[in-house]
Design a protein around this ligand. Structure first.
Ligand SMILES: COc1ccc([C@@H]2N[C@@H](C)[C@@H](O)[C@H]2O)cc1
Length: 448
């Protein structure tokens, strides 16, 4: 290994109470809300199919013209209590809020820039209202923060001159000040999820990313920080030059998931995925017909897929400029919540089971309990289960339902019966397992 000053600060998973809470929460929601919600993907009468929160870039709008949208920021239907109730009903345990996206508009009254809610018709500290409302519902709050800031004259994409050095140093100090402001004003925040950290200017300042992680952890003991913040001495991101994960969890699975057979390496560290409901819209877009919109079942399968591989999943919501949610998102929250209210025990506090993935769905595990989360009903009416060498299944019960038959069919292989009445929707079977080390050896492998 090479010696690094700004590499991973720790080897292996964090096992303290705050990280266990982050991990056990498993299901979160993203809130992408900013000036971009106002145009909703449309500029000067032209509709842009790209991500709505990137409209400034697609339509090549100068910063000062884009920030004039502040004059229209007045979400009259914003009701933080209703937002928190919606999240609670969905069964999310935490909400990640965009404090400041690339556009540079701050949802809190930052004293380090004029581009904040305080300078809009709305005036009030919208971030503070959200933090209180979610916390009052027992939901943890995580902060999304974009280092990339299109509103700030000192931002640099790369450092190519002494002038760049000086300007970017000012920018990093500005960013430190905003982060300290967020940590001071909202001390119940549990996590900082950094974005906008891919530019050469940041990669050339790996030291600063290590300093930010350290600064936040000194100010808020226990707080978690994502790997996307971090660059090491050589500009290596997420994993340092020795291959060790930086930050507290990997945050590279954005709109994609690791393969349950080929990518089992991810089970060795903590990770959190995030996903959009349309193909690629984080901020509010007026026209969701421009791409495929995932059904609640497709969202649910991605949530289970992540947990089955030892990861968290954050489902995105892009609130309307008026502060209400579009009907598709309300329906999604309701559908996921209904499923979670019956089957949540296979998600919360669960982890990778270490069993070979089968076609019918996914395994999750909590201690001695293994859950089968069935998405695909087999024509055979049997769910094939292959257990690790020294494990046998003693019982199988449908969550909030009846026991189903389990038949040993070969060494470490079982047929678990489908419920007598097909549930017609994804369902969960809870397995009781036992140590099987001294089983009668009645099976014989073929000599070939
Ligand atoms: C250049 O590609 C991207 C893609 C997405 C992003 C941002 N990350 C997501 C979590 C959203 O905030 C999106 O705007 C930034 C750059």
């Amino acid at each position: 290994e090479i010696s690094l000053k700004y590499g991973a600060g720790r080897l292996g998973k964090r096992q303290d109470a705050d990280m266990k809470r982050f991990r056990d929460n498993r299901l979160g929601a993203f809130i992408h809300w900013g000036l971009y919600a106002i145009p909703g993907g449309e500029w000067n009468g032209e509709m842009y199919g790209g991500a709505a929160e990137w409209l400034k870039a697609w339509a090549k709008v100068p910063a000062d013209e884009w920030l004039k949208l502040m004059e229209q920021w007045n979400p009259t239907r914003f009701n933080p209590k209703a937002w928190a109730k919606m999240a609670k009903k969905m069964g999310v345990k935490y909400v990640k809020i965009t404090t400041k996206h690339h556009e540079g508009f701050c949802l809190w009254p930052s004293k380090y820039t004029q581009y904040t809610v305080a300078q809009t018709p709305y005036k009030k500290d919208i971030l503070g209202e959200m933090v209180k409302a979610y916390n009052d519902e027992g939901i943890d709050v995580h902060f999304y923060f974009s280092v990339l800031d299109w509103s700030h004259p000192d931002y640099r994409y790369d450092i190519k001159s002494e002038e760049d050095e000086i300007a970017f140093a000012r920018f990093l100090e500005f960013t430190d000040n905003q982060l300290k402001e967020l940590a001071t004003r909202y001390p119940t925040v549990k996590d900082f999820w950094f974005d906008g950290t891919w530019d050469a200017s940041i990669k050339k300042n790996g030291w600063w990313t290590a300093h930010v992680e350290q600064m936040l952890k000194e100010m808020l003991p226990g707080v978690t920080v994502n790997s996307r913040l971090r660059a090491d001495d050589y500009g290596k991101r997420h994993f340092d030059s020795n291959g060790h994960l930086m930050g507290d969890y990997e945050s590279a699975y954005e709109r994609r998931l690791p393969d349950p057979v080929k990518d089992l390496k991810v089970t060795r560290w903590d990770w959190e995925a995030c996903m959009t409901v349309p193909e690629n819209q984080w901020g509010y877009h007026k026209d969701w017909s421009l791409s495929y919109v995932k059904t609640p079942l497709e969202v649910l399968e991605r949530i289970v897929h992540a947990v089955s591989m030892g990861g968290n999943m954050v489902v995105n919501f892009g609130p309307q400029p008026d502060g209400d949610f579009r009907s598709e998102e309300k329906e999604l929250a309701d559908a996921v919540g209904r499923w979670m209210s019956v089957n949540g025990e296979c998600i919360y506090g669960c982890d990778y089971a270490g069993w070979d993935k089968q076609a019918w769905g996914y395994y999750t595990r909590k201690g001695k309990e293994v859950y089968m989360v069935v998405f695909n009903s087999p024509y055979s009416r049997h769910l094939v289960v292959k257990t690790p060498k020294d494990v046998k299944i003693t019982k199988a019960v449908v969550l909030n339902g009846k026991e189903v038959g389990v038949k040993e069919t070969a060494r470490n292989e079982y047929n678990v019966d489908m419920p007598a009445k097909d549930p017609g929707a994804p369902f969960v079977i809870k397995l009781q397992i036992e140590d099987n080390t001294n089983a009668a050896d009645k099976y014989r492998e073929a000599l070939t």
